[in-house]
Every structure is written in structure tokens, then in C-alpha cells.
Design a protein around this ligand. Sequence first.
Ligand code: AHM
Ligand code: MG
Length: 336
Amino acid sequence: HQADAQRTDLMTITRFVLNEQSKHPEARGDLTILLSHIVLGCKFVCSAVNKAGLAKLIGLAGETNVQGEEQKKLDVLSNDVFVKALSSSGRTNVLVSEELEEAIFVEASHRGKYCVVFDPLDGSSNIDCGVSIGTIFGIFLLDHDNAGSNDDVLKPGSEMVAAGYCMYGSSCTLVFSTGSGVNGFTLDPSLGEFILTHPDIKIPKKGKIYSVNEGNAKNWDEPTRLYVENAKFPKDDSSPKSLRYIGSMVADVHRTLLYGGIFMYPADKKSPFGKLRVLYEVFPMSYLVEQAGGQAFTGKERALDLVPKHLHERSPIFLGSYDDVEEIKKLYSATI
Ligand code: AHM
Ligand code: MG
């Protein structure tokens, strides 16, 4: 009977966010509305991603449709979906997307007080082989009443008020935090609703997995090289760590949150700032990892203390289990 109750009393994402909101009597529901528009964007992209293989099979992709328009690539389509979902929420002001060189400033009639930085479809090079991909987002709150500018998002990540990602994998999973823990929701396709499946995610204090593109080893710096060597040939009598690298940040970070371990995209001789972008990759993932009890480090400082100077700036990143990140921090401080 307990089981029946669980099955019929579903904690949908809307119900969850409304519950959270009721804990803040001063809240006017703007963040709730914004999140519901993000959820809509995620459902739309999820459905498009699921149809992508089929569309290819029956010859839709890359061809012109009845209106004579070319089919949009999924990353372009996802960007359009999120820009529209966010600006039509009436709660946003400045939007920064990986797909767009410049920020979007929402027109006055639709303007709100939140700024959203996002990567609409991260890992899109993985689409054609069916590997999990995802959307990543971070949310800042405007601290003035004037029109927004780039400066409103060129702030330390610690000032974000919420962040999350949606993973389009074997199931569609939305993980987010509004600053009081991390919760994960899975889309029930028959209901079209995200249901709370991963309440209060806590990253294990120490993990058994390291995750890095080892093909770049030739160009690594000394701390990264040493860390990976220790992972494979531990100096004490502990077992070596396992290597898992999907090459799709959302999937690699999702696994790291659930199973523990460390994910890294370090600097190297060819890419002195690594590959990943500060605003919409490094910041949201670092926020989630910290909220789950882990750490995120750039090789120099706490990742959320970074203050980007440009919208599309990159930074090296090491994130995951508290103890594992502590180890790489020690290696960096020993080489300075
Ligand atoms: P993208 O934004 O062009 O899709 O690239 C970001 C992706 C991340 O999802 C992933 O962590 C990384 O690139 C993998 O890079 P690499 O192939 O160099 O290992
Ligand atoms: Mg990306």
C-alpha cells in the first residue's frame, strides 16, 4: 500500500519548485516561472534528439523541407528553442549562448531580472553515434534596474542563483540546484513530466574513477601528469582507479556526481586555458558539484571564484569528489 502511494503521489518538478518557493515567503515566483520555461526547452530538445536518428534514416536531415527551408542542425535548433523559451518567459534580461558570439538583450516588453548563460546542446559532435549529450545552464540575478549588459554576467560563478543540466541519454534527466542542494528528475515520457528520482544528490567523498582525455597527455603540465600516474600506479597499496571518459561533459559530470571520482579538462601546452567555457560549462557544473559536497578547482583557484573577462572565455577545470580534488590541489601547490 505504501508502494501504491508512492506510485500515485508523484513529485513532479513543478510541485518540487513550488514547494521550494513556499520556503521563501518573499519570493514572487519569477524563478519558478523561469525554470518552467527551461523545462519546456529541455523537453523540446529531448524530443528532437530522440527523433534525430529516425529523421536521418528516413532522409530528413540536411534536406529541404516542404517550405523549401533546410532542416536545421540540432545544435542550431536547440539554441533557437532555448532563446525563445527564455525570452518568452518574461523573466530574463541578458542571455548568453555558446552558439552566439554576442549576448542577447531581451526587448523591454519581455524583460525580467534574470540572466541566463547556457550551452544549448553540449557534446553535439556525439549525436551521430547515439552518445548522451545535454544542455547546461546557469542563472544570475540582476542587481540593478537598468538595462542589462555583458557586465551582468561577467561575475564570479559563486554569484549564480541556480544552475543545472539536462542529459539526453537512455533517459532524459534534469539535474539542478537553486543553492540548497542538488536534485535530479527523470522525464516520464508517458506523462510528459519530470519526476523526482534523485533527491538530494551527494557526491561520494572519495571516488574510484578518473575522467580525462588522455590523448592529450603529451602536452599536460606536471601536476596533471602526476595525478594520472598516481591514479594508475598508486604509491600506497590502494587499487588503481578506473578510467571513464565519454567526451560529453554532461554525461561525464553526471556520472561523477552519482559515482564520485574526478573529471578534468586541464590546461596543456597546446590549449593553455583548456577547452571548456567558463560561463556555461565550468560555472554551472562547478556550482552543482559544490552543492553536492564536492569541489571544483581551476589549477589555481576555486572555480566559482573566477571572474571571466569575456563571454566565451575558457578555463582548465578539475571537479568531483572532495578528496580527489584535494589531491590535485596539493599537487598544484607543490609545483608553484
Ligand atoms: P562542444 O561544446 O563543442 O560540444 O565541446 C565540449 C565537449 C564537452 O562536452 C566535453 O567534455 C569536451 O568537449 C570533450 O573534449 P575532447 O574531445 O577534447 O576530449
Ligand atoms: Mg559545449
